[in-house]
Design a protein around this ligand. Structure first.
Ligand code: CAO
Length: 539
């Protein structure tokens, strides 16, 4: 039998916002499971399932404005007997929330109420648990201050939580914390003394027999603090600093997992921390811990950048994230060394210029890259250790008798490395065509797995972009990669005078386990000579 679960009694508040949807269609739920979290400017509250069953539809989304009685989730009730009369009409299905923000004070606690903070003695203020409605089993889940700490009127002192709602209790008045009377985990009641402050200025009047009268007599300076709301329930500003913006379920999850919420970045509306943020944080910590465990590298500490200025969270594309993992793995596993050199490509560039018309006729763009790939194939044949991988124990070379050259392509989604198969067997025209085709495919995200597999050596060309040299990261399990920066015309001494020459910067990163420095120097010199005298490319 289907049943709609609706927004329950939310006291005097007309409209609240849905800030978290905890279920999706198809989810099996138990009675009491949170379905959505709603929030006003004063309170956040979970709307629980009153029945067990399966969610058939979620009728609201994050950001929706809802009122008491609005349906939020449709549920197919588990084990419902179809012969039973319908459980309840829609409005009758509203359950009382475990805590109602408008509920009256329990009579026994009424005399102890002392919010906003009241003067206990000259210069001293007592901050107590304010009106917590009908909530029972309220515990302190966070103590945000310690003795000696200076606080402003709206600084958070303590967060208390019932099983369904959480409440932040601010100082209410600027001052210095004298004493903290409760610890995290302590059960509290309305009126429980939390913190004693020594007020810095504009102290409210001593403890009132008739609070409203005393407030009225306050000097002007104290009025804002004295009339400020006693507590802000999950104030929605994702403000920097000590305020943590998260609902009870999220706080509970964080406590269960031992996560300090202050270290978690919220991705929910207005920076609210949702359950997925806590889970993502745990995953990142585990990944960091695993890396630290295997490499002994201490993880980079997480910083709450919001403390220093506005921030924005942007998720990484799948391609970029995968690339980041590969680069990191390679950097950590392979001892990298980079050998720099310059090739005099003056004649190559002159020759390339003569091909412009033919290139236009063929509809192909001919850039230095095709010549570089061609030259690399020659060098790889001359120096087989560069066209190899190491076996797992790094005791043997796996020499490859095929020459598949990958080249890095910069795409909006991230870096990808398509591979030109049997590049050694291809001429400069074919290589140019294939570079253009694969680069286009990469930018349109149409590369298949096969297009990116089997590489034996890679080239990363930043020549069109700029730079005089860089340190490319080896595309493991390959053992070397050639970085190419921007060619420039420079004066070169020919023995008698300076002559203008076009010089192409080459940066070869190699795995120092597989290749020693002398070999790398010879490889790059060989490559440089080939590019300087392209007639040798036809030999
Ligand atoms: N010096 C000076 N100019 C160069 C050059 C160099 N080394 N290499 C290329 N150029 C010129 C080209 O000749 C072309 O100019 P013309 O049209 O006047 O001939 C212009 O720069 C643009 O070239 P291109 O980028 O279209 O073509 P390409 O063959 O040089 O490169 C590709 C293709 C796919 C490699 C490139 O577009 C690209 O994505 N590069 C970025 C690679 C990258 O991000 N590497 C870093 C990875 S991290 O290690």
């Amino acid at each position: 039998m289907a049943q709609d679960i609706r927004i329950p009694d939310i006291g005097d508040i007309d409209q609240v916002e849905v800030v978290e949807v905890c279920v999706a269609a198809g989810d099996a739920i138990a009675a009491g499971d949170p379905l959505v979290v709603i929030e006003s400017d004063k309170a956040s509250m979970e709307v629980p399932a009153e029945v067990a069953g399966t969610v058939t539809a979620v009728l609201v989304q994050v950001g929706d404005s809802v009122a008491e009685g609005d349906p939020v989730v449709s549920v197919e009730v588990a084990g419902a007997d179809p012969s039973e009369p319908a459980l309840a009409s829609a409005s009758e299905t509203i359950t009382e929330p475990a805590s109602s923000v408008s509920a009256d004070l329990p009579a026994a606690a009424a005399e102890e109420v002392s919010a906003p903070p009241v003067a206990a003695s000259a210069g001293t203020l007592e901050v107590r648990v304010p009106d917590i409605g009908e909530a029972t089993d309220v515990v302190v889940i966070e103590v945000a201050v310690e003795p000696g700490q200076q606080v402003a009127a709206d600084d958070l002192l303590v967060v208390v939580e019932s099983d369904k709602a959480s409440m932040e209790i601010p100082a209410g008045h600027a001052g210095t914390v004298q004493e903290v009377h409760i610890a995290e985990g302590a059960g509290v009641l309305e009126g429980t003394l939390l913190v004693t402050l020594s007020a810095s200025a504009g102290l409210p009047a001593p403890a009132p027999a008739e609070p409203s009268a005393d407030v009225a007599e306050e000097p002007q300076a104290a009025a804002p603090a004295a009339t400020a709301p006693p507590a802000s329930l999950q104030a929605p500003a994702a403000s920097a600093g000590s305020k943590i913006y998260a609902g009870p379920a999220v706080r509970r999850l964080a406590r269960e997992l031992g996560v300090e919420l202050a270290r978690v970045s919220g991705t929910g509306s207005r920076g609210r921390i949702v359950k997925d943020d806590v889970k993502a944080f745990v995953k990142s910590q585990l990944a960091g811990g695993a890396a630290a465990a295997t490499t002994g590298i201490p993880p980079v500490p997480e910083v709450d950048f919001a403390k220093f200025g506005p921030i924005e969270l942007e998720s990484m594309s799948r391609v970029r994230a995968a690339g980041a993992t590969n680069l990191h793995r390679s950097w950590l596993n392979l001892p990298h060394v980079t050998q720099h050199d310059e090739a005099d490509v003056t004649e190559l560039e002159e020759f390339r210029a003569t091909l412009k018309d033919e290139a236009a006729r063929r509809g192909v763009k001919i850039t230095p890259l095709a010549f570089i790939i061609k030259a690399c194939c020659y060098a790889l044949k001359e120096f087989p250790h560069f066209n190899a991988s190491l076996d797992a124990a790094a005791q043997n070379f796996i020499l490859k008798r095929y020459y598949h050259v990958g080249f890095a392509v910069d795409t909006p989604e991230g870096l990808v490395v398509p591979v030109i198969k049997d590049a050694d067997a291809k001429g400069v025209w074919d290589l140019s065509e294939e570079v253009a085709e694969l680069a286009e495919k990469a930018r349109q995200q149409r590369l298949g797995l096969g297009d990116m597999q089997g590489g034996t050596f890679s080239v990363s060309s930043l020549g069109a972009i700029g730079g005089t040299g860089f340190t490319p990261i080896i595309n493991a399990p390959e053992v070397a990669i050639l970085g190419v920066a921007r060619l420039a015309t420079r004066p070169v001494w020919d023995g008698e005078r300076f002559v203008p020459r076009k010089l192409l910067p080459l940066s070869l990163s190699y795995d120092h386990r597989a290749i020693n420095g002398a070999e790398a120097g010879r490889f790059v010199s060989f490559l440089s000579e080939l590019l300087s005298d392209i007639r040798r490319l036809s030999l």
